[in-house]
Design a protein around this ligand. Structure first.
Ligand code: ATP
Length: 345
Protein backbone atom coordinates (compact mmCIF):
# COMPACT_ATOMS: atom_id res chain seq x y z
CA UNK A 1 0.00 0.00 0.00
CA UNK A 2 1.46 3.31 -1.08
CA UNK A 3 0.59 6.96 -0.62
CA UNK A 4 1.57 9.40 -3.36
CA UNK A 5 2.29 13.09 -2.86
CA UNK A 6 3.03 15.55 -5.65
CA UNK A 7 4.79 18.68 -4.46
CA UNK A 8 4.97 21.79 -6.64
CA UNK A 9 5.39 19.38 -9.56
CA UNK A 10 6.29 21.25 -12.75
CA UNK A 11 7.23 20.18 -16.26
CA UNK A 12 8.12 22.64 -18.98
CA UNK A 13 8.50 21.91 -22.68
CA UNK A 14 10.32 25.02 -23.92
CA UNK A 15 8.14 27.98 -22.94
CA UNK A 16 5.08 25.84 -22.22
CA UNK A 17 4.42 24.73 -18.63
CA UNK A 18 2.59 21.44 -19.37
CA UNK A 19 2.27 20.90 -15.60
CA UNK A 20 2.51 23.94 -13.39
CA UNK A 21 3.32 23.76 -9.65
CA UNK A 22 0.91 20.93 -9.03
CA UNK A 23 0.21 19.76 -5.47
CA UNK A 24 -1.77 16.59 -4.77
CA UNK A 25 -2.09 13.91 -2.10
CA UNK A 26 -3.35 10.42 -2.92
CA UNK A 27 -4.18 8.03 -0.10
CA UNK A 28 -3.12 4.43 -0.05
CA UNK A 29 -5.54 2.22 -2.00
CA UNK A 30 -7.40 5.13 -3.63
CA UNK A 31 -8.49 5.20 -7.27
CA UNK A 32 -7.92 8.68 -8.68
CA UNK A 33 -8.90 10.11 -12.07
CA UNK A 34 -6.93 12.84 -13.81
CA UNK A 35 -9.63 14.52 -15.86
CA UNK A 36 -9.44 17.44 -18.25
CA UNK A 37 -9.49 18.56 -21.88
CA UNK A 38 -6.86 17.46 -24.37
CA UNK A 39 -3.45 18.98 -23.68
CA UNK A 40 -4.13 19.98 -20.05
CA UNK A 41 -1.17 17.95 -18.75
CA UNK A 42 -2.77 14.70 -17.54
CA UNK A 43 -0.41 12.30 -19.31
CA UNK A 44 2.65 14.43 -18.51
CA UNK A 45 1.74 14.23 -14.80
CA UNK A 46 1.18 10.47 -15.00
CA UNK A 47 4.51 9.95 -16.76
CA UNK A 48 6.32 11.87 -14.02
CA UNK A 49 4.63 9.70 -11.37
CA UNK A 50 5.62 6.59 -13.35
CA UNK A 51 9.23 7.71 -13.63
CA UNK A 52 9.11 7.92 -17.43
CA UNK A 53 9.68 11.69 -17.46
CA UNK A 54 11.78 13.92 -15.18
CA UNK A 55 10.06 16.98 -13.72
CA UNK A 56 11.58 20.40 -14.40
CA UNK A 57 11.09 21.10 -10.69
CA UNK A 58 9.10 19.82 -7.74
CA UNK A 59 8.91 16.34 -6.29
CA UNK A 60 7.06 13.01 -6.39
CA UNK A 61 6.89 11.16 -3.04
CA UNK A 62 5.87 7.51 -2.56
CA UNK A 63 5.20 6.76 1.11
CA UNK A 64 6.83 10.03 2.08
CA UNK A 65 10.09 9.43 0.17
CA UNK A 66 11.18 11.14 -3.05
CA UNK A 67 11.27 8.72 -6.00
CA UNK A 68 12.91 11.13 -8.44
CA UNK A 69 15.58 9.24 -10.35
CA UNK A 70 14.16 5.86 -9.27
CA UNK A 71 13.15 3.71 -12.29
CA UNK A 72 9.48 2.72 -12.75
CA UNK A 73 9.74 -0.89 -11.58
CA UNK A 74 11.84 0.07 -8.55
CA UNK A 75 9.03 2.47 -7.61
CA UNK A 76 6.67 -0.49 -7.55
CA UNK A 77 4.62 1.16 -10.32
CA UNK A 78 3.25 -0.22 -13.57
CA UNK A 79 1.74 1.77 -16.41
CA UNK A 80 -0.95 0.43 -18.75
CA UNK A 81 -1.19 2.36 -21.99
CA UNK A 82 -4.03 3.29 -24.32
CA UNK A 83 -2.53 1.06 -26.99
CA UNK A 84 -1.89 -2.34 -25.52
CA UNK A 85 1.70 -3.13 -26.38
CA UNK A 86 1.56 -6.93 -26.35
CA UNK A 87 4.02 -9.21 -28.15
CA UNK A 88 1.73 -10.30 -31.02
CA UNK A 89 3.26 -13.71 -31.69
CA UNK A 90 3.68 -14.69 -28.08
CA UNK A 91 0.95 -16.62 -26.29
CA UNK A 92 -1.33 -14.81 -23.85
CA UNK A 93 0.29 -16.73 -20.99
CA UNK A 94 3.81 -15.74 -22.05
CA UNK A 95 2.73 -12.11 -22.46
CA UNK A 96 1.27 -12.02 -18.97
CA UNK A 97 4.17 -13.90 -17.37
CA UNK A 98 6.81 -11.74 -19.07
CA UNK A 99 7.56 -9.55 -16.04
CA UNK A 100 7.98 -12.56 -13.76
CA UNK A 101 10.31 -14.34 -16.23
CA UNK A 102 12.48 -11.22 -16.27
CA UNK A 103 12.62 -11.51 -12.48
CA UNK A 104 13.76 -15.14 -12.77
CA UNK A 105 10.71 -16.72 -11.16
CA UNK A 106 10.25 -20.50 -11.50
CA UNK A 107 8.13 -21.73 -14.47
CA UNK A 108 5.53 -23.52 -12.35
CA UNK A 109 4.98 -20.54 -10.12
CA UNK A 110 4.65 -18.25 -13.14
CA UNK A 111 2.04 -20.59 -14.66
CA UNK A 112 0.01 -20.53 -11.43
CA UNK A 113 0.19 -16.75 -11.20
CA UNK A 114 -0.80 -16.40 -14.89
CA UNK A 115 -3.89 -18.56 -14.28
CA UNK A 116 -4.78 -16.44 -11.25
CA UNK A 117 -4.49 -13.27 -13.36
CA UNK A 118 -6.58 -14.71 -16.19
CA UNK A 119 -9.34 -15.43 -13.65
CA UNK A 120 -9.06 -11.89 -12.35
CA UNK A 121 -9.50 -10.30 -15.80
CA UNK A 122 -12.17 -12.86 -16.72
CA UNK A 123 -10.24 -14.66 -19.44
CA UNK A 124 -9.83 -18.12 -17.89
CA UNK A 125 -8.33 -20.72 -20.26
CA UNK A 126 -6.83 -18.16 -22.65
CA UNK A 127 -3.15 -19.02 -21.85
CA UNK A 128 -2.33 -20.58 -25.20
CA UNK A 129 -4.01 -18.12 -27.55
CA UNK A 130 -1.71 -15.82 -29.52
CA UNK A 131 -2.07 -12.16 -28.61
CA UNK A 132 -2.96 -11.19 -32.20
CA UNK A 133 -5.94 -13.60 -32.08
CA UNK A 134 -7.66 -11.51 -29.38
CA UNK A 135 -10.23 -8.75 -29.71
CA UNK A 136 -9.31 -5.20 -28.65
CA UNK A 137 -11.05 -5.56 -25.31
CA UNK A 138 -9.40 -8.91 -24.63
CA UNK A 139 -6.00 -7.46 -25.50
CA UNK A 140 -6.59 -4.61 -23.08
CA UNK A 141 -7.46 -7.11 -20.34
CA UNK A 142 -4.27 -9.07 -21.06
CA UNK A 143 -2.28 -5.82 -20.84
CA UNK A 144 -3.90 -5.15 -17.46
CA UNK A 145 -3.12 -8.68 -16.26
CA UNK A 146 0.48 -8.30 -17.42
CA UNK A 147 0.80 -5.15 -15.31
CA UNK A 148 -0.93 -6.61 -12.27
CA UNK A 149 0.97 -9.91 -12.17
CA UNK A 150 4.03 -8.30 -10.62
CA UNK A 151 1.76 -7.12 -7.77
CA UNK A 152 2.58 -3.45 -8.15
CA UNK A 153 2.04 -0.96 -5.35
CA UNK A 154 0.90 1.66 -7.84
CA UNK A 155 -1.15 1.13 -11.01
CA UNK A 156 -1.11 3.90 -13.63
CA UNK A 157 -3.58 3.75 -16.52
CA UNK A 158 -3.31 6.15 -19.45
CA UNK A 159 -6.74 6.34 -21.13
CA UNK A 160 -7.05 2.54 -20.86
CA UNK A 161 -10.52 2.48 -22.38
CA UNK A 162 -10.08 5.03 -25.17
CA UNK A 163 -9.83 2.48 -28.00
CA UNK A 164 -12.83 0.37 -26.97
CA UNK A 165 -16.42 0.57 -28.17
CA UNK A 166 -19.19 1.76 -25.84
CA UNK A 167 -20.25 -1.68 -24.50
CA UNK A 168 -16.71 -2.83 -23.91
CA UNK A 169 -15.92 0.41 -22.12
CA UNK A 170 -18.73 -0.23 -19.66
CA UNK A 171 -17.54 -3.78 -19.11
CA UNK A 172 -13.94 -2.70 -18.63
CA UNK A 173 -14.93 0.10 -16.24
CA UNK A 174 -16.64 -2.44 -14.06
CA UNK A 175 -13.70 -4.81 -14.28
CA UNK A 176 -11.16 -2.13 -13.37
CA UNK A 177 -13.31 -0.97 -10.45
CA UNK A 178 -13.74 -4.52 -9.14
CA UNK A 179 -10.08 -5.42 -9.48
CA UNK A 180 -9.02 -2.18 -7.85
CA UNK A 181 -11.37 -2.75 -4.93
CA UNK A 182 -10.24 -6.32 -4.53
CA UNK A 183 -6.51 -5.58 -4.65
CA UNK A 184 -6.64 -2.05 -3.16
CA UNK A 185 -3.71 -0.87 -5.28
CA UNK A 186 -3.19 2.89 -5.27
CA UNK A 187 -4.31 3.68 -8.82
CA UNK A 188 -4.48 6.67 -11.12
CA UNK A 189 -6.16 6.75 -14.51
CA UNK A 190 -6.18 9.47 -17.11
CA UNK A 191 -9.35 10.30 -18.98
CA UNK A 192 -11.03 13.20 -20.75
CA UNK A 193 -14.45 11.59 -20.23
CA UNK A 194 -16.19 13.07 -17.19
CA UNK A 195 -18.69 10.23 -16.97
CA UNK A 196 -15.87 7.70 -16.79
CA UNK A 197 -14.07 9.70 -14.10
CA UNK A 198 -17.23 10.03 -12.01
CA UNK A 199 -18.17 6.35 -12.34
CA UNK A 200 -14.77 4.94 -11.52
CA UNK A 201 -12.84 7.24 -9.23
CA UNK A 202 -12.86 7.78 -5.48
CA UNK A 203 -11.61 11.30 -6.17
CA UNK A 204 -11.18 13.31 -9.35
CA UNK A 205 -8.45 15.86 -10.10
CA UNK A 206 -9.83 18.21 -12.76
CA UNK A 207 -7.02 19.94 -14.67
CA UNK A 208 -6.96 22.88 -17.07
CA UNK A 209 -3.70 24.23 -18.52
CA UNK A 210 -1.40 22.25 -16.23
CA UNK A 211 -3.19 23.36 -13.05
CA UNK A 212 -5.63 21.45 -10.84
CA UNK A 213 -8.89 23.36 -10.64
CA UNK A 214 -10.65 21.08 -8.18
CA UNK A 215 -9.66 17.86 -6.41
CA UNK A 216 -12.74 16.33 -4.93
CA UNK A 217 -15.18 13.45 -4.64
CA UNK A 218 -17.19 13.04 -7.88
CA UNK A 219 -20.51 14.34 -6.49
CA UNK A 220 -19.02 17.73 -5.61
CA UNK A 221 -18.25 18.55 -9.23
CA UNK A 222 -22.02 18.58 -9.81
CA UNK A 223 -23.22 19.94 -6.49
CA UNK A 224 -20.36 22.14 -5.29
CA UNK A 225 -18.21 23.28 -8.23
CA UNK A 226 -15.47 25.74 -7.22
CA UNK A 227 -15.64 27.94 -10.30
CA UNK A 228 -17.86 28.62 -13.30
CA UNK A 229 -15.20 26.92 -15.47
CA UNK A 230 -15.53 23.71 -13.45
CA UNK A 231 -19.34 23.87 -13.64
CA UNK A 232 -19.11 24.35 -17.44
CA UNK A 233 -16.87 21.28 -17.83
CA UNK A 234 -19.62 19.30 -16.07
CA UNK A 235 -22.20 20.67 -18.55
CA UNK A 236 -23.79 23.36 -16.43
CA UNK A 237 -23.89 26.83 -17.96
CA UNK A 238 -26.79 28.24 -15.97
CA UNK A 239 -25.35 31.38 -14.40
CA UNK A 240 -26.80 34.68 -13.26
CA UNK A 241 -25.01 37.54 -11.54
CA UNK A 242 -26.33 38.57 -8.15
CA UNK A 243 -25.53 40.13 -4.81
CA UNK A 244 -25.38 37.89 -1.76
CA UNK A 245 -26.77 39.16 1.53
CA UNK A 246 -26.73 36.36 4.07
CA UNK A 247 -28.83 33.49 2.73
CA UNK A 248 -30.46 35.62 0.02
CA UNK A 249 -29.14 36.46 -3.41
CA UNK A 250 -30.68 39.42 -5.23
CA UNK A 251 -30.65 39.11 -9.03
CA UNK A 252 -32.24 41.02 -11.90
CA UNK A 253 -34.65 38.09 -12.46
CA UNK A 254 -35.73 37.51 -8.84
CA UNK A 255 -34.47 36.93 -5.30
CA UNK A 256 -33.26 33.47 -4.38
CA UNK A 257 -32.67 31.87 -1.01
CA UNK A 258 -29.88 29.32 -0.72
CA UNK A 259 -29.19 26.90 2.11
CA UNK A 260 -25.92 25.27 1.03
CA UNK A 261 -22.79 26.78 2.55
CA UNK A 262 -20.73 27.90 -0.42
CA UNK A 263 -18.10 29.68 1.68
CA UNK A 264 -18.37 33.00 -0.16
CA UNK A 265 -18.67 36.37 1.63
CA UNK A 266 -21.57 38.78 1.04
CA UNK A 267 -21.21 40.78 -2.18
CA UNK A 268 -21.20 40.05 -5.92
CA UNK A 269 -21.59 36.35 -6.81
CA UNK A 270 -22.57 34.11 -9.71
CA UNK A 271 -25.62 32.02 -8.86
CA UNK A 272 -26.01 28.62 -10.50
CA UNK A 273 -28.33 25.61 -10.53
CA UNK A 274 -28.05 22.48 -12.66
CA UNK A 275 -30.58 22.00 -15.53
CA UNK A 276 -32.01 18.83 -13.94
CA UNK A 277 -32.75 20.63 -10.64
CA UNK A 278 -34.91 23.42 -12.09
CA UNK A 279 -38.71 23.20 -12.37
CA UNK A 280 -40.26 25.23 -15.16
CA UNK A 281 -43.62 26.59 -13.94
CA UNK A 282 -46.36 28.84 -15.10
CA UNK A 283 -47.63 29.80 -11.64
CA UNK A 284 -45.86 31.96 -9.06
CA UNK A 285 -43.93 30.44 -6.16
CA UNK A 286 -41.08 31.47 -3.88
CA UNK A 287 -37.47 31.16 -4.96
CA UNK A 288 -38.12 31.81 -8.61
CA UNK A 289 -36.46 33.53 -11.52
CA UNK A 290 -38.28 35.07 -14.48
CA UNK A 291 -37.40 33.46 -17.78
CA UNK A 292 -38.51 33.30 -21.41
CA UNK A 293 -38.66 30.11 -23.43
CA UNK A 294 -36.31 30.26 -26.44
CA UNK A 295 -37.01 26.71 -27.62
CA UNK A 296 -38.11 23.30 -26.40
CA UNK A 297 -36.85 19.90 -27.52
CA UNK A 298 -38.80 16.73 -26.76
CA UNK A 299 -36.27 14.17 -25.49
CA UNK A 300 -38.59 11.21 -24.91
CA UNK A 301 -38.48 11.02 -21.11
CA UNK A 302 -38.22 14.80 -20.60
CA UNK A 303 -38.38 18.12 -22.40
CA UNK A 304 -35.24 20.18 -22.70
CA UNK A 305 -35.89 23.90 -22.40
CA UNK A 306 -33.58 26.54 -23.78
CA UNK A 307 -34.38 29.69 -21.82
CA UNK A 308 -33.32 33.28 -21.57
CA UNK A 309 -32.62 34.49 -18.03
CA UNK A 310 -31.33 38.06 -17.61
CA UNK A 311 -29.83 38.00 -21.11
CA UNK A 312 -28.06 34.64 -20.68
CA UNK A 313 -28.93 31.24 -22.12
CA UNK A 314 -30.08 28.68 -19.53
CA UNK A 315 -31.07 25.05 -19.84
CA UNK A 316 -33.69 23.23 -17.83
CA UNK A 317 -35.11 19.74 -18.05
CA UNK A 318 -38.89 19.68 -17.63
CA UNK A 319 -41.51 16.94 -17.78
CA UNK A 320 -42.04 15.24 -21.14
CA UNK A 321 -45.59 16.63 -21.35
CA UNK A 322 -44.46 20.26 -20.81
CA UNK A 323 -46.94 22.78 -22.18
CA UNK A 324 -44.81 25.95 -22.33
CA UNK A 325 -43.59 26.82 -25.80
CA UNK A 326 -41.31 29.23 -27.62
CA UNK A 327 -41.77 32.87 -26.59
CA UNK A 328 -43.70 32.11 -23.38
CA UNK A 329 -42.74 33.85 -20.17
CA UNK A 330 -42.24 31.24 -17.48
CA UNK A 331 -41.08 31.00 -13.90
CA UNK A 332 -38.17 28.85 -12.83
CA UNK A 333 -38.28 27.34 -9.35
CA UNK A 334 -34.79 26.87 -7.85
CA UNK A 335 -34.66 24.46 -4.87
CA UNK A 336 -32.71 26.26 -2.09
CA UNK A 337 -30.68 23.13 -1.30
CA UNK A 338 -29.66 22.64 -4.93
CA UNK A 339 -28.70 26.22 -5.70
CA UNK A 340 -25.02 27.11 -5.48
CA UNK A 341 -22.86 30.22 -5.59
CA UNK A 342 -19.62 30.75 -7.48
CA UNK A 343 -17.12 33.59 -7.46
CA UNK A 344 -17.76 36.18 -10.21
CA UNK A 345 -15.56 35.41 -13.24
P1 ATP B 1 -4.48 14.33 -24.13
O1 ATP B 1 -5.79 14.10 -23.42
O2 ATP B 1 -4.68 14.93 -25.48
O3 ATP B 1 -3.57 13.14 -24.11
P2 ATP B 1 -3.06 15.52 -21.88
O4 ATP B 1 -3.91 16.27 -20.93
O5 ATP B 1 -2.61 14.18 -21.47
O6 ATP B 1 -3.73 15.51 -23.31
P3 ATP B 1 -0.26 16.11 -22.16
O7 ATP B 1 0.02 15.01 -23.13
O8 ATP B 1 0.21 15.94 -20.78
O9 ATP B 1 -1.79 16.46 -22.14
O10 ATP B 1 0.36 17.44 -22.76
C1 ATP B 1 0.34 18.68 -22.06
C2 ATP B 1 1.01 19.76 -22.91
O11 ATP B 1 2.39 19.50 -23.05
C3 ATP B 1 0.46 19.89 -24.31
O12 ATP B 1 0.44 21.24 -24.66
C4 ATP B 1 1.46 19.13 -25.16
O13 ATP B 1 1.49 19.62 -26.47
C5 ATP B 1 2.75 19.40 -24.41
N1 ATP B 1 3.70 18.28 -24.56
C6 ATP B 1 3.53 17.02 -24.09
N2 ATP B 1 4.61 16.26 -24.37
C7 ATP B 1 5.48 17.05 -25.03
C8 ATP B 1 6.80 16.86 -25.61
N3 ATP B 1 7.41 15.68 -25.51
N4 ATP B 1 7.37 17.91 -26.20
C9 ATP B 1 6.75 19.11 -26.29
N5 ATP B 1 5.53 19.37 -25.77
C10 ATP B 1 4.90 18.36 -25.16
Amino acid sequence: MTTIVLKELTRRFGQVAAVDHLNLEIDSGELIAFLGPSGCGKTTTLRMIAGLLMPTSGDVLFDGKSVLGVPTEKRGAVMVFQKHLLFPNMSVGDNIGFGLRMRGMHKHEIAARVREMLELVRLPGFENRRAHELSGGQQQRVALARGLIIRPAVLLLDEPLANLDANLRLEMRELIRNIQQELRITSIFVTHDQEEAVMLADRVALMFDGVIQQYDIPRNFYERPKTAEVARFFRNENFIRGRKRGKTVETAAGNITITADCGLPDGPVLLTVRPEEISVREDAAENTLDARVVSTVYMGTYTQFLLEVDGRVWRANGPAEATASTGDNVILYLPPKRTWLLPVE
